[in-house]
Design a binder for this molecule. Sequence first.
Ligand code: BYC
Length: 329
Amino acid sequence: MYAQLVETGLKNVRSADEMSEEERAFQARIDDGVKIEPKDWMPDAYRKTLIRQVSQHAHSEIVGQLPEANWVTRAPTLERKAVLLAKIQDEAGHGLYLYSAAETLGVTRDQLLADLHSGKAKYSSIFNYPTLSWADMGAIGWLVDGSAIINQIPLCRCSYGPYARAMVRVCKEESFHARQGYDIMMSLCKGTPEQKQMAQDALNRWWWPSLMMFGPSDAASVNSAQSAQWRIKLFSNDELRQRMVDQTVPQAEYLGLTVPDPDLKWNEETGRYDFGAIDWEEFHNVLRGNGPCNRERLQTRKKAYDDGAWFRDALVAHADKKQTAQAAA
Ligand code: BYC
């Protein structure tokens, strides 16, 4: 049933006739809403798809800390600093749950991190944009975390148990993140004309990249049809993007800000907003590693990993020592 919700140009889904008996039984469990658990039999491609998506998601949480870290020392008040720090710490936690969920599929965290550091693995395009002003912390919480919630609430019901369960807590925390972002935008919009202009400038820069977070259009999405059949994806990229626009435009109006899209207009017939064309060339350019901050983000990640080597070594040494002591006792 859910496969029908995703309209893609590429119908590369196997029909029941093309499946082995094991695959048919697996698909029937998914269609019945049964969660797949790590020790259950699963098609190789299902496992690979999940490793790809869950690890990309984990990488996004970890790399997603970096644009905000830039503002910890410059937050305007002690309270804002504490809240921002807590948010960034939450993102590390999200990465942890997601790497753990990926590991249940039989891949090691070392391998996943090696793929991130070598540039082989993807992470969300959005984190390759710079954070130029304090208002960007507001725009990220409001738009980026807001988009993340829209994308991730359905994932709480996805077919793979460990991923679905990890998403429950992630979504709760993301909703706090989105509200803290909107709160920053409210303060700026109620402030001086210069502060309101900062908020408008941040909206101008983050609007289109936030819409790109949902991935390519349904017609261009290579993975959607299969992921929908397996209930990894419950709604299509375009449907979730549309939800984001419908939810966010009234919020921008409440702030007294203008969404930077001259083609944006309310459509009486559909009861939704029509919006302008996304610059897919920019999206693909960022995915190819040529966004404004791709190189800087990867370098920072690698350095953080290398700098943490002594700590990982210490943990292993401590565990070995404990094991030896226990064996002796
Ligand atoms: N950026 O066939 P498609 C957060 C790739 S964390 C980069 O539609 P799929 C937060 C896609 O991977 C937010 N790559 O793929 C954290 C695929 O490439 P491969 C992260 C993208 O998987 C900290 C190709 O394009 N959220 O919010 O069916 C602080 C074709 O796409 C992007 C998640 O990861 C992109 N934006 O659908 C604040 C959510 N979009 O792998 C906030 C979980 C697409 O075939 N992930 N690509 O080489 C998903 O829901 C899905 O993976 C996507 C893509 C909707 C993103």
